[in-house]
Design a protein around this ligand. Sequence first.
Ligand SMILES: [Zn+2]
Length: 184
Amino acid sequence: MPHPVAGSIKHCKSCGTAVVQRLPDDGDARMRAVCPACHTVHYENPLNVVGTIPVWQNQVLLCKRNIEPRKGYWTLPAGFMELRETLMEGAARETDEEAGAQIVMQALFTIIDVPRVGQVHFFFRAELQSPVFNPGHETQEARLFAESDIPWDDLAFKTVKETLRRYFADRAKGEFGLHTLAIH
Ligand SMILES: [Zn+2]
């Protein structure tokens, strides 16, 4: 999961001049990155992060990150959605890239707003087709964890922790819902 943060534009995408943060001339009430040379207004919007909760029997697949941020910490497979793909396609792609895992996608499980960094995270439940993985370069290790073995203190991101907590709570109830929340 690389980490571009919304609101980080430094130079004009049209001409390369350093942008300034100001109110555009059109009555827009928000500060925008405006180019003082060619007057292009750069609109920055939240980014979608898409991932899965891959399950084999009673165990969940986690990936130990091989890249910053949070290198060496455990995560569900997830990353930034690409243009021209759906949420579900992005989640499946990230699961393949980070874990080399074969899955059957199931229902959307969490939608988590993270307004501080301009992101929305989406996690789908998924059923693993085998317990054999082939992690890519972003992952040091991909392995299965029973609920009692989840490394809660070594999870990479709050969105992963909140998703796993709700997953195990719903599994104990025998019914999976769709959870929407915000992390500030
Ligand atoms: Zn410009």
